[in-house]
Design a protein around this ligand. Structure first.
Ligand SMILES: NC(=O)c1ccc[n+]([C@@H]2O[C@H](COP(=O)([O-])OP(=O)(O)OC[C@H]3O[C@@H](n4cnc5c(N)ncnc54)[C@H](O)[C@@H]3O)[C@@H](O)[C@H]2O)c1
Length: 378
């Protein structure tokens, strides 16, 4: 089994779970980290016993095989492209890039270089997403006909100390949270063919309420904070999806899929485990727990665990895929399709017209139990 040296670029808020979770997986060895703000890299380097380097130094390192790009969305393209040009495989945080055009350029560059490009979210590889996928593939709800997806909350300024990027183009609930939902739906139903949407900006400004030096500062959103979309899947199902940071409270399940024989309710696609509920022909919901599964265990947050958090599974899957000479499940092509869907939601909302998407065969293969245990250290 090959060991892949991992270099992390972008040592902010989300990086801590990447640093700590890398130890859960086979094939991966953290080597170095870098950040445009060197102090951020030094902080994580001291915490996790790796080297803090400049981005240039990290990309020049022979022992870095995989670059993990955890920078802000507007920097994803530049950092991933530089890493590919330096001959590194890349795993990037979502979205793949801040525009679909740049996302297409990254997929093309990786193919030209013969390198792997993969992207968050990898949550669909968790026990919840894979259980639901298995139930659909096994015909438990028959042919999927309709579904709903709801991400509704009141924005990240209550918990993120520096939330500007969330309210700029490249952020917003569509590009920031949409990847979890659309990736989960594509895992279940295959690619989207057409999108029709309405979008709006709710509050004219946002006030940072998270603790930190910027508490009380105001941010002006420059991208929609609510989007409502109808997604037509190439396989025939239609899903109504809402992404909003203008909602105080609601009672909608994150994702439901209704088929000719039954209904399926999924847990929050931002996490890896949770309960999947199945109703066969209108019978009571049957809840199926995933907490005993390898990637469904409740392990996060460390102090008082409430959720399954297996971030890095997509990187481990990419490393195994490189070894086998196959595409990663959380592939750049899948992330590109998801980004095209999300961009189409924004364009459809702005232009008030439906958008037909490029045809892509991107439904990832299932991750069976044996393949899963090949990724996790026991
Ligand atoms: N915070 C979360 O809970 C969360 C969850 C899931 C995904 N994400 C995604 O992770 C990414 C990072 O989010 P975050 O919350 O950690 O942001 P952050 O602002 O806390 O951290 C980003 C880091 O990247 C660095 N950076 C920016 N541009 C750079 C460049 N060109 N080169 C090198 N370093 C650069 C910044 O200095 C900063 O330290 C985003 O794409 C976000 O969508 C965040």
């Amino acid at each position: 089994m090959r060991t892949f040296g991992v270099g992390i670029i972008g040592c902010g808020n989300i990086s801590e779970i990447y640093f700590s979770n890398t130890a859960l997986f086979k094939r991966l060895k953290l080597v170095a980290c870098a950040d445009a703000l060197h102090a951020n890299a030094e902080k994580r380097a001291a915490q996790f016993g790796v080297k803090a380097l400049s981005v240039k130094q990290l990309l020049a390192r022979e022992d870095v095989d995989i670059v993990v790009n955890l920078t802000v969305p507007n920097a994803h393209y530049e950092v991933s492209a530089a890493a590919l040009k330096a001959g590194k495989h890349v795993f990037t945080e979502k979205p793949l890039s801040h525009t679909a055009a740049k996302g297409r350029a990254l997929v093309k560059l990786a193919a030209e270089k013969g390198l792997h490009l993969a992207s968050a979210p990898d949550t669909f590889l968790g026990a919840g997403g894979q259980l639901a996928r298995g139930l659909i593939d096994d015909g438990k709800i028959g042919k999927p006909v309709a579904g709903t997806a709801f991400l509704m909350a009141h924005g990240p300024e209550s918990w993120h100390p520096s939330p500007d990027f969330f309210y700029q183009p490249g952020g917003g609930p569509v590009l920031d949270m949409g990847p979890y939902y659309i990736t989960a739906l594509v895992n279940l139903l295959g690619p989207v063919a057409k999108v029709t949407a309405l979008t709006a900006i709710g509050n004219a400004f946002r006030t940072i309420s998270a603790e930190g030096p910027r508490k009380g500062e105001k941010i002006v959103p420059s991208t929609p904070t609510t989007a409502m979309a109808i997604l037509e899947f190439a396989g025939g199902a239609n899903v109504v999806a809402t992404f909003s940071w203008d909602v105080w409270k609601h009672g909608c399940a994150p994702i439901e899929i209704h088929g000719t024989l039954g209904s399926l309710r999924l847990p929050d696609p931002n996490f890896y485990g949770g309960h999947v509920e199945l109703s066969e022909a209108g019978a009571e919901w049957q809840a199926m727990a995933t907490a005993d599964e390898t990637f469904g265990k409740i392990n996060w947050p460390a102090t008082e665990p409430k959720f399954a958090n297996f971030r890095v599974i997509g990187i481990a899957d990419m490393a195994a895929a490189i070894e086998r000479g196959e595409p990663a499940r959380a592939s750049g092509e899948l992330a590109l399709h998801v980004l095209e869907v999300l961009e189409a939601i924004l364009i459809s909302g702005e232009k008030r017209k439906p958008i037909v998407l490029a045809k892509r065969e991107v439904r990832p293969p299932r991750l069976n139990h044996k393949q899963g245990t090949d990724l996790a250290k026991s």
